[in-house]
Design a protein around this ligand. Structure first.
Ligand code: T4K
Length: 379
């Protein structure tokens, strides 16, 4: 009989942030200190905006203090109102930014494979009050961008992408930020690329970037003119300096995550009742998450049992995204939130489990997690 695997001596979380050498950060902070300039579009901010624009091949990028404020500003910049069609299978920030804009979220079911909004079900949710589609590239897997644009064009809707997980994702070599009117990126510490807290909006229209830049700085045009009801969404110099250093590490981090994902894919595909959520072949993976689906009808444990049992081995996976946003108290009474409208989303929320994915785990760490999963699910 196979031996019971040993628990990890330290907790293994779903992710760990890239951390540049502290000495490098201190050196950069010295230049910030010398400048006496801590925020409001300083040198580090300007450099990071330029560097990220080039890295992501996104012609117009605006940095933010976090992804949620960025998304709130995206809605403001496009003037969305009334109803916006969105997905329930996401982080709370997605529907909440609609509420903060006085807009009603209308939940649409998800595609059973990509777990992104099911583009074929959007049209039937369009009403006279619909102003936009807010879709999420879940785990960095792209939405059906062409089909979504087609519905948007037919009904004159704006398209906003929540690309919080999609840093560096490409479809057939085309950057993910090329699609829709605005794409939001999150640079939270748990993201592949991060600035501790942070985010960005990517747009193709220079005029829209100018409007976004005004909105994120209180609508201030100059010392004597405030022309829009803006907010404070600015990324500060300490965040931007960190981003300049983590950006240098991101390619190596991606490579290591890709090796880890290969170990998971190879080992876990043999387990009964387990399948790995995969990015399509024409997509460059952001390697933000590695997610399995546990089919309780076939697997020896339910997803929730597996989640609990892994903790005994000091491994802390996460149920991204359970519960569905449509189940929150603030949204569950919406007609679109009725579970019978959202069968695929409910199934996904019951089955998904995000496994640890970060470079410091290494392929050996991933193999140990596979041993634990083998032990729990195959015996
Ligand atoms: N849209 C989508 C689709 C999103 O997923 C998110 C954020 C947003 C919008 C909003 O973007 P931001 O406003 O956040 O920029 C985490 C993140 O806080 C959140 O950014 C992220 N999505 C979400 C999916 O994950 P929690 O509540 O799961 O975080 P927490 O604190 O439980 O951290 C998860 C694990 O990460 C910990 O167990 C350990 C590790 N960790 C975490 C932090 C903060 C570290 O090792 N170091 C750290 O500093 O939300």
């Amino acid at each position: 009989m196979a031996r019971t695997p040993q628990p990890f001596s330290d907790p293994i979380y779903v992710t760990r942030p890239m951390l540049p050498p502290l000495a490098d950060y201190n050196a950069l902070l010295e230049t910030v200190w010398d400048s006496g300039w801590l925020t409001n579009g300083g040198r580090q901010h300007q450099e990071l905006e330029r560097a990220l624009s080039a890295y992501l091949r996104a012609p117009h990028l605006s940095l933010f203090n976090n992804g949620t404020i960025a998304l709130i500003v995206a809605c403001q910049a496009l003037g969305v109102s009334g109803e916006v069609i969105t997905t329930p299978f996401t982080f709370p920030a997605t529907p909440h930014v609609l509420s903060w804009n006085n807009v009603t979220p209308v939940f649409c079911d998800v595609d059973p494979e990509t777990l992104c909004i099911d583009a074929s079900r959007i049209e039937r949710l369009v009403t006279g009050r619909t102003s936009a589609i807010l879709a999420v590239h879940v785990y960095g897997i792209p939405c059906a961008v062409e089909a979504i644009q087609q519905v948007a064009d037919t009904y004159g809707l704006k398209v906003i992408y929540d690309g919080a997980h999609a840093f560096g994702t490409e479809i057939d070599g085309q950057p993910i930020t090329d699609f829709g009117d605005i794409t939001m990126l999150s640079f939270h510490a748990t993201k592949l690329f991060h600035t501790a807290e942070g985010g960005a909006l990517a747009v193709r229209d220079e005029k829209l970037k100018k409007r976004i830049d005004l909105l994120k700085n209180f609508g201030i045009k100059n010392e004597e003119e405030v022309i829009l009801p803006g907010i404070n969404g600015k990324m500060n110099e300490l965040q931007a300096a960190l981003g300049l250093l983590t950006l240098k590490m991101v390619e190596e981090e991606r490579r290591e995550r890709s090796r880890i994902a290969a170990v998971y894919r190879e080992r876990l595909s043999r387990l009964p009742g387990v399948r790995c959520v995969a990015v399509p072949e024409n997509v460059r993976d952001s390697h933000q998450y590695f997610v399995i689906r546990v089919d309780a009808a076939v697997a020896r444990l339910t997803r929730d049992e597996l989640y609990e049992r892994m903790r005994d081995f000091n491994v802390f996976p996460r149920k991204y995204f359970y519960p569905l946003c449509s189940e929150y108290n603030c949204y569950r009474s919406l007609p679109s939130a009725a579970p019978e409208n959202l069968p695929q989303a409910h199934r996904a929320a019951r089955e998904v489990l995000s496994l640890p994915l970060f470079s410091a785990l290494g392929t050996d760490g991933a193999a140990r997690i596979c041993d634990i999963l083998d032990h729990l699910l195959a015996g």
